[in-house]
Design a binder for this molecule. Structure first.
Ligand SMILES: [Ca+2]
Length: 211
């Protein structure tokens, strides 16, 4: 039986005819670029890595500011897009401390929330992370890592796209390199067409779930 998604061990996306699909990666070339976007933000801001111990601080402030926007105080943001929390309110007034973020960490957090964009066209390459997602940032999904050189994103781009063992993620630009990655992939993992008519006409059924 063929599967796709995280359970297969790789994020190959919806590129086969699987009967079930757990957490399929979507728009893989751009998803990986969004990881590089975060890694470059961490690299550019000295003292930038937000320690795991401070992630609950951000989430608590976000929820305190926006919990009621969905009409229910339940420690959840029903629609994070309704939240306009200002990270500046968490910036340290003086020295670094457990209850505040230094300016470089504020800059990194802003990069995490920001969509990945093409600097020339300003087109969105991939959405940013939602307000309220902060507790997941230290996981492999959030990519709040000091070293991205051996993550899935950098491995994919190093070997799958650029075919260069010495490829350096800090050199990735989000205009020409992004276009190159899309050309090399040529739809193999960048499967974004939602039209599954042919699949269903062949009698296919698909159980897809995410979490
Ligand atoms: Ca709520």
């Amino acid at each position: 039986m063929e599967h796709c998604g995280a359970q297969a061990g790789v994020d190959e996306g919806l590129v086969t005819d699987p009967p079930s699909c757990r957490a399929p990666a979507n728009f893989l070339t751009h998803l990986q670029a969004s990881s590089i976007w975060k890694a470059q933000a961490i690299r550019k801001n000295p003292g930038r890595l937000i320690p795991t111990s401070k992630l609950p601080l951000i989430r608590k402030a976000v929820v305190a500011a926006c919990d009621a926007r969905d009409g229910v105080n339940d420690d959840l943001l029903g629609d994070p897009r309704l939240c306009d929390f200002d990270l500046k309110t968490l910036e340290c007034k003086g020295e670094d401390g457990p209850d505040c973020l230094i300016a470089a960490q504020v800059a990194v957090a802003r990069a995490f929330y920001s969509p990945t964009v093409n600097p020339r066209t300003r087109e969105q390459i991939y959405p940013g992370l939602m307000l309220g997602s902060e507790l997941g940032w230290s996981s492999d999904v959030g990519r709040m890592h000091a070293d991205i050189t051996k993550t899935q994103a950098s491995e994919y781009l190093r070997y799958g796209v650029f075919h260069d063992a010495n490829w350096d993620f800090t050199t990735f630009d989000f205009d020409s390199a992004m276009a190159f990655a899309d050309r090399v992939d040529d739809g193999v993992t960048k499967a974004t067409d939602p039209n599954l008519r042919d699949f269903f006409q062949r009698g296919g059924t698909l159980l897809q779930y995410h979490g």
